[in-house]
Design a protein around this ligand. Structure first.
Ligand code: GPP
Ligand code: MG
Length: 285
């Protein structure tokens, strides 16, 4: 295949094409069954203490209880991200960068009433998320675009907040943050929740490399986030290490019939100190 110019096509490289293919074809029950709980489809993991009692009780309804509990933990992660976006109002416009099936965008709109633009390089995800917006009757405020987060085409200074909920590992941060510095208004907020490898451990462990291979991504070292933010007028205001808080989600997911096979690698990487689950919030100055 050939890759067309960024101006006419959101895919810049054969790598991006392979990532788009993955997400165009992705139908993991762990995402679809959880989304069906309340119509909010997430593509990120969970945080917080798990209610282990869901494993007890009637066998016939165990799967249902487990699914609802995993979804609750993923919703708690999205809520946590939202609390770091600052005091947004219905007049504000925000961008969900790597918006998946739209979960975080709908959470933000319900919470703040703000206008949300989600971007994804997967046609299937964009179509699905726009369908959700219509179903929810919010298509005038929440819109999803087939665009590249490295070159969105949106006007400069248009956004009060931008977030990546587990999507920075698909791009080079030295290309991503200049685009955010351009898009964010002065004093605007950037938030990422991400898995990063721990510089103090060294280079990526076997488990981190397995995660990369599983999702076709490239997990960055922790240091790179701060280096590239500093280089692009993004000044960190909060850094929260969520590693301990995400382990119960993975332990519970490993016990669920919806497990995909990557659970062991996440648990190993978090527990051996090679991998960290971080929230970083920064102000654009
Ligand atoms: C989860 O998506 C996030 C990613 C695939 C990006 C990689 C994240 C890291 C922290 C390394 P998902 O909800 O579609 O994944 P799954 O199908 O495994 O639930
Ligand atoms: Mg998932």
């Amino acid at each position: 295949m050939t890759v067309q110019g960024a101006a006419t096509h959101p895919l810049r490289s054969l790598y991006q094409k392979s990532v788009a293919n993955y997400w165009n074809e992705e139908k993991n029950p762990v995402n679809l069954r959880l989304g069906e709980v309340d119509g909010i489809y997430h593509h990120h993991y969970g945080v917080g203490e798990a209610d282990w009692s869901v494993l007890e009780g009637p066998e016939e309804t165990r799967q249902e209880r487990l699914t609802a509990e995993l979804h609750r933990l993923e919703c708690a992660q999205a809520d946590l991200l939202m609390t770091h976006l600052g005091d947004l109002t219905p007049e504000d416009r925000v961008m969900d960068s790597g918006s998946g099936r739209g979960g975080s965008s709908f959470v933000a709109h319900s919470r703040f009433g703000c206008r949300v633009d989600g971007v994804s390089i997967s046609e299937t995800q964009v179509e699905f998320a726009n369908g959700q917006a219509r179903e929810r009757g919010v298509e005038d405020k929440v819109r999803f675009h087939l665009r590249n987060m490295l070159d969105t085409g949106f006007e400069s200074g248009a956004f009060q907040a931008i977030w990546n909920n587990e999507s920075t590992m698909y791009v080079d941060l030295s290309l991503l943050f200049p685009e955010y510095a351009r898009l964010l208004a002065h004093g605007g907020r950037y938030v990422t929740i991400t898995g990063c490898y721990n510089d103090a451990y060294g280079l990526p462990s076997r488990a981190v490399s397995e995660i990369n291979a599983h999702y076709i991504c490239s997990i960055h070292p922790r240091s790179r986030y701060f280096k590239e933010m500093a280089a692009n007028r993004l000044v960190p205001v909060s850094v929260v290490d969520l590693t301990e808080a995400t382990i119960p989600y993975w332990e519970l997911r490993a016990r669920s019939p919806l497990a995909t096979g990557i659970e062991k690698a996440f648990l190993e990487a978090y527990k051996d100190g090679s991998f960290q689950y971080l929230l970083i919030a920064a102000d654009k100055v």
